[in-house]
Design a binder for this molecule. Sequence first.
Ligand SMILES: [Zn+2]
Length: 85
Amino acid sequence: MPIYEYRCGCGHTFELLVRPSSQTGACLACGGSEIERLLSLHSVRSDQTRSRAARDIRARNRATRTDQADAEARRIKAHSRDHDE
Ligand SMILES: [Zn+2]
């Protein structure tokens, strides 16, 4: 069953589960039926999830590069220390 987001003339927006038997809903704030259907929440949410996942991957790549640089720095430091002793 699709969930849609609606905006009422009063400015209230709300999610509504659309059942095939009842096509119309009413505003949860004022009870009015002058509501306008907005974009499907499902598609909006998956778009947000996709861009968030892309950001996570970029952040993870940055973190991995930093970790590798740290490990390399530690290795070089340990190496030169071994030679000093
Ligand atoms: Zn309303």
